[in-house]
Ligand binder design. Structure first.
Ligand code: ASP
Length: 434
């Protein structure tokens, strides 16, 4: 009998998680049961994925760069990648701004709901504002300074320092290419081997993914706020989701079709397990190992491209987040009665772009950086309380778009570099020894 595809297994896990979560809500003590006995499995699953992220980046990026024959290839790939990342982010923000100006959800929220939301979520919003405050006082080049670690071991101890790790590893890889081959061969062979081991570990973790997403969704359902607050924010949430859907179903498939010459169906089917995982975990960083596996094995992108484009994309390319930040900023301004000029809207394009680059690839990070967008257009940051209730489901959706955007860009870059082949659809080990 043919085994059920992984994306189906994950989908079944998700649906079962939601159903059981709701059922448990109806039973007294049910939600505590979920928190005590089901949620830990979700937490373990996310931990396993995060655990593998830094070793994966180190091994695969060193392997990818060391395989390059000359360094100029790296810079041409780098320029294409950054160019496409910026272009997709600007497209996303433009779509978000257009939709939010048409729908104008800020005017659709009643005075009563507004007061209630502000009162209910004020405390939570303040926490995010405090976190953002530490970022705000820094100079314009701080992001660049932050990219350069002063201690490699220090950088590798936190998943939040992914860019620092990437910096070191790219530098190390360049060193390997530039030294005598006799000396570099054993180093390359070592990281080749490490890479294979890590890919095998990802395979093993993914065997548990249906159970992991089941546990994650069941605990999300029992911990989410009541349905009433969702209804008050329906127009806002719908605007964000519509924008994200346009990115997912129109912009990326079009990009893949026009540049990589592959069909939408092929692309979406290949990337779907990573999308489902992004939705369940709300973290691009946690999803990265799976995104890399899918893009390489199922979309036919060479590891030289994936090992470079995807870890960087997971950290800086967040189209879904930038779109959401643009919509949320205009929504909050509207709800609080702040009029936005054309200059304000252009400021949003710039600050939402930068804020999405600065957002960490973890749950809720986009909302922290939204504080900076609000500040730049003079909207009171306390307005964050308005959107708190629906942030988690929107985070799940925007993370899905963030991950899909990285995958689409890596296909385009691979095509331009002549490194887009046919999907392997084999096990990692077959592929790597082939
Ligand atoms: N959770 C998102 C991500 O990991 C970031 C965000 O909060 O928008 O991609």
């Amino acid at each position: 009998m043919k085994k059920l595809g992984l994306h189906w297994q994950i989908l079944i896990g998700m649906i079962a998680g939601v159903v059981i979560g709701y059922a448990m809500l109806q039973i007294s003590g049910g939600s505590q049961f979920v928190k005590d006995w089901i949620k830990p499995f979700g937490t373990i699953f996310i931990r396993l994925l995060k655990l593998i992220a830094i070793p994966l980046i180190i091994a695969s990026l060193i392997k990818g760069i060391a395989d390059l024959r000359d360094i100029s290839k790296l810079s041409s790939m780098g320029l294409k990648t950054i160019g496409l990342y910026l272009a997709t982010t600007v497209i996303a923000i433009t779509i978000g701004l257009t939709l939010v100006n048409i729908v104008d959800p800020g005017n659709k929220i009643s005075q009563e709901n507004r007061t209630e939301l502000m009162a209910q979520f004020e405390g939570d919003a303040n926490k995010k504002i405090d976190v953002a405050a530490s970022t705000k006082g820094q100079g314009p080049l701080q992001a660049l300074v932050d990219m350069v670690p002063d201690n490699f071991i220090g950088a590798a101890t936190s998943n939040r320092n992914m860019l620092q790790v990437i910096f070191f590893v790219v530098f190390f890889g360049i060193g390997i290419v530039l030294i005598d081959e006799k000396k570099s061969a054993p180093v390359k062979a070592f990281f080749d081997g490490v890479n294979e081991v890590i890919l095998k570990m990802i395979d093993l973790i993914m065997l548990a993914s249906p159970i992991g997403v089941f546990a994650l969704l069941a605990s999300l359902v029992v911990e989410s706020p009541s349905a009433d607050v969702f209804i008050a924010l329906l127009w806002y949430a719908l605007t964000v989701v519509t924008g994200l859907a346009i990115m997912l179903l129109v912009v990326y498939p079009l990009m893949v079709k026009l540049i990589a010459k592959k069909d939408a169906g092929f692309f979406l089917k290949g990337i779907s397990p990573a999308q489902l995982l992004a939705f369940s975990t709300s973290s691009s960083a946690a999803t990265l190992p799976v995104t890399m596996e899918r893009v390489e094995e199922h979309l036919g992108v060479d590891s030289e491209v994936t090992s470079f484009v995807l870890p960087i994309g997971a950290t800086i390319n967040m189209d879904g987040t930038s779109l959401y930040q643009a919509v949320a900023a205009v929504f909050i301004a509207g709800a609080l009665g702040v009029d936005l000029t054309l200059t304000d809207q252009l400021t949003i394009v710039l600050t939402a772009g930068l804020a999405s680059i600065g957002s960490a690839a973890v749950p809720g990070a986009g909302m922290v950086m939204l504080v900076i967008v609000l500040g730049s257009i003079g909207v009171p940051e306390a307005g964050l309380a308005l959107i708190f209730a629906v942030d988690r489901p929107l985070d799940m959706c925007r993370t899905m778009v963030n991950v899909t955007g990285d995958a689409a860009v890596s296909m385009a870059v691979a095509k331009w570099q002549g490194l887009l082949g046919e999907p392997k659809e084999k096990k990692w080990d077959d592929h790597y020894t082939a």
